[in-house]
Design a protein around this ligand. Structure first.
Ligand code: AGP
Length: 607
């Protein structure tokens, strides 16, 4: 996912832009660039690789301009190279872009026929040429933008400089996030708020179809028809530390430790403490009455959250629930039902496959709900209803606190559905809420036990393969634990339903294949003990994740991780913490780039 940043005001723009790009590095990138309005025209500096390469180049030149734009690129069209790095120029226009122009080839062919010379392989460059081709005729930047956006198909957050307008930056937002930071006689913009918080917490979340003219004095907002619209800033009470590492060595560790706070922030506005009622103002009440089944669509960790949510929705609310991977859902035959609620879970709110699945679903006139962590993101604005997790910015590429807040929202939804459907009574509802309110403290306890996890990582990090086993909702938990290990430590880890062992995976077991078994209190505890015995009988090594007071499992292995036991549904919120920490410490011991693992991006905005 690319990052874009910009500034216009009385200060020198380049250091502000570079610092903003630094705060967006988590989005994953392979090249970077900056452009500023200088006396002699717009100057562009670009480089491949990390930001330090760009800074090195900047040290050999002088950028004095007080209006500029910057970009970190995660290649989608055209390999990582300087010529493909943004910003791109055509005529007097310089642009940076986050998103995908799906019809760029047809536009490019048309422009080439008209004699336009393209230097890059990117889709973005067509935007600069389109703007210039329209501006040459109208000499009006706003007109040129209105004509250009009408031709574009896909997702785009664009920042535009025109050499004829030294102190203006034009912004366009369509299905790719863009936020403005309003200062005193200076204004900022970025793809995400961590780049702005050091300057201001007066933030405007642009919406799809917004065009902004940004100047040091202020901003004007238009829609794609050129009609003036109103966009007002809101105070975002995320201090910068929330977007910084806060003393932890990695964002991921900070975010693992933020889970109690993230959980509280997500839950507290949704439970009336006195009456213990669940409150979802974001969804009309009749939805809770009308809906007869649930269909969850997501990717990666969010998909695993959906698989866990299915247990809540089916067993507490009595709602048949399907959970599917977005990239599969969008290409298979689907049977849409007006009595089904389609839930799209996405931390970033900009995952291409999930967004595409949501749009495909919306075309079938059914109700859609997004569970998102990023305000104003594409998926959150596209869905009929949106419930925001309040995990705060999740910077580490490996999703942690977003996962636990997604589980919290799914649990609360199950309680609300269960209560409206009379699947649970007021006493059961109250008991579930009491359990829920015990989770943050229990999470803190799990976080305090991290030294034991560190020791286990020390003992196991050198293995090349791992098996994760679990039954019931411990199976999707095993999937999530395995994903964490593989995506940040690069150790191959596979998760299986423990009952599946005898159907093949048991052939893998030997002294080189450690097995992490999640065996917290459940109605399959004993059966999972037999699976542990099967592994041990074949010289396998077992790490067992169990509930406190379990006296049976420790008879079989000394490598034990204990978590508090609160409620069979909610214990997964405790078990996930040692699984995240185990992956984290293994990765640190292996020296991988924990916050930005190789080949990964924080949000996969491409197919
Ligand atoms: C999770 O650790 C991974 N980084 C990845 O699987 C992620 O969950 C997936 O890409 C979905 O992202 P989203 O929640 O932002 O849609």
């Amino acid at each position: 996912m690319c990052g874009i940043v910009g500034y216009t005001g009385s200060k020198k723009a380049s250091p502000i832009i570079i610092e903003g790009l630094r705060r967006l590095e988590y989005r994953g990138y392979d090249s970077a660039g900056i452009a500023t309005q200088e006396k002699e025209g717009i100057k562009i500096i670009r480089s491949v690789g990390k930001l330090n390469n760009l800074i090195e180049k900047l040290s050999q030149t002088t950028l004095l301009g007080n209006t500029g734009i910057g970009h970190t690129r995660w290649a989608t069209h055209g390999k990582p190279s300087e010529v493909n790095a943004h910003p791109h120029k055509a005529g007097k226009f310089v642009v940076v872009h986050n998103g995908i122009i799906e019809n760029y080839l047809s536009i490019k062919n048309k422009l080439v026929k008209r004699g336009c010379n393209f230097e890059s392989e990117t889709d973005t460059e067509v935007i600069a040429h389109l703007l210039w081709s329209y501006y040459e005729k109208s000499q009006n930047t706003k007109e040129a933008i209105l004509k250009t956006v009408k031709e574009l198909r896909g997702s785009f957050a664009i920042a535009i400089l025109n050499e004829d307008e030294k102190e203006s930056i034009y912004l366009v937002r369509y299905e790719s996030p863009l936020v403005i930071g309003v200062g005193e006689n200076e204004n900022y913009f970025a793809s995400d708020i961590p780049a702005l918080l050091v300057h201001t917490n007066n933030i405007i979340f642009l919406k799809d179809g917004d065009i902004i003219k940004l100047t040091p004095e202020g901003y004007e907002a238009f829609d794609f028809n050129g009609k003036k619209i109103i966009r007002l800033p809101e105070k975002i009470n995320l201090s910068l530390s929330q977007a910084e590492k806060g003393g932890y060595p990695h964002f991921m560790l900070k975010e693992i430790h933020e889970q109690p706070e993230a959980f509280i922030n997500t839950v507290r506005t949704r439970i009336k403490p006195d009456t213990k009622e669940v409150v979802f103002d974001e969804i009309p009440r009749d939805i809770f009455k009308k809906v007869e089944s649930i269909h969850i669509i997501a990717c990666g960790t969010s998909y695993h959250a959906g698989l866990i949510g299915r247990f809540f929705l089916e067993e507490i609310a009595g709602l048949p629930t399907l959970v599917e991977i977005a990239s599969e859902f969008r290409y298979k035959k689907n049977f849409f039902n007006s009595k089904t609620l389609y839930i799209f879970i996405s931390q970033s709110g900009s995952t291409a496959d999930t967004l595409a699945a949501l749009k495909l679903t919306k075309n079938n006139k059914v109700s859609t709900l997004a569970i998102c962590n990023v305000l104003g993101s594409s998926i959150s604005t596209e869905a009929d209803y949106t419930i925001y997790t309040h995990a705060g910015p999740e910077i580490g590429v490996a999703s942690t606190k977003a996962f636990s807040t997604q589980i919290a929202v799914l649990f609360l939804l199950s309680l609300q559905f269960g209560f409206y459907k009379k699947a649970i009574n007021i006493n059961q509802l109250s008991a579930f809420i009491d359990s829920l309110l015990k989770i943050p403290k229990a999470m803190e306890k799990c976080l305090k036990d991290s030294s034991k996890i560190k020791q286990l990582a020390q003992k196991y990090y050198h293995y090349n393969n791992f098996l994760y086993l679990g039954r019931g909702l411990n199976y999707p938990l095993a999937l999530e634990g395995a994903l964490k290990l593989k995506e940040i430590s690069y150790i191959h880890a596979e998760a299986y339903s423990a009952g599946e062992m005898k159907h093949g995976p048991i052939a893998l077991i030997d002294e080189n294949m450690p097995v992490l078994v999640i065996n917290t209190k459940s109605n399959q505890h004993e059966k999972t003990i037999s699976n542990i015995q099967e592994v041990l009988a074949r010289n396998g090594k077992v790490i067992a994740l169990i509930s406190e007071k379990d006296k049976v499992t420790p008879k079989y292995t000394k490598d034990i991780i204990e978590v508090p036991q609160i409620n069979n549904y909610l214990d997964c919120l405790l078990s996930i913490i040692p699984l995240q920490l185990f992956a984290y410490y293994c990765a640190v011991l292996k020296g991988t780039d924990v916050d930005q693992p190789r080949n990964l991006a924080k949000s996969v905005t491409v197919e």
